[in-house]
Design a protein around this ligand. Structure first.
Ligand code: SF4
Length: 123
């Protein structure tokens, strides 16, 4: 029996998951059962991070140094380091809109890295 804390909502139910049947107990709602079973079968996570904003000589001085990004869907937990390595290499320049795809099929997954904040030059 594997013990987990459900991270689907702030309640944080303490789950017990049978490693053979994937039956879940301790969940207060059906989402916990899905989370618990998936966590043993194929754990996934949305990756959030920031990327470097490349210097733009013609832009104003108010350009932030980093832009927040995330994957647009949960990706396999085993791919997280590859995803972070690709994000670390990325440099962005304005203009960027919220939801713009900055890396498609990151690390060979179905997920894309998208901007979660707008980036505009203040010029
Ligand atoms: S089982 Fe349901 S109520 Fe409990 S933490 Fe998970 S999502 Fe929240």
């Amino acid at each position: 029996m594997k013990e987990l804390i459900c991270i689907t909502c702030p309640k944080g139910c303490h789950l017990k998951v049978d490693e053979e049947t994937f039956a879940v107990t301790g969940n207060s709602c059906p989402r916990g059962a899905v989370y618990g079973a998936n966590e043993l079968r194929d754990p996934v996570r949305v990756v959030t991070s920031t990327v470097v904003v490349a210097p733009v000589p013609s832009a104003g001085t108010n350009l932030p140094r980093r832009l927040p990004v995330k994957t647009d869907r949960p990706i396999p937990k085993g791919k997280m380091f590859e995803v972070m390595a690709e994000i670390a290499k990325l440099r962005v320049k304005p203009p960027v809109k919220v939801g713009d795809i900055l890396i498609s099929h990151v690390a060979g997954t179905d997920g894309n890295v998208v901007a979660t904040k707008e980036l505009t030059s203040d010029k």
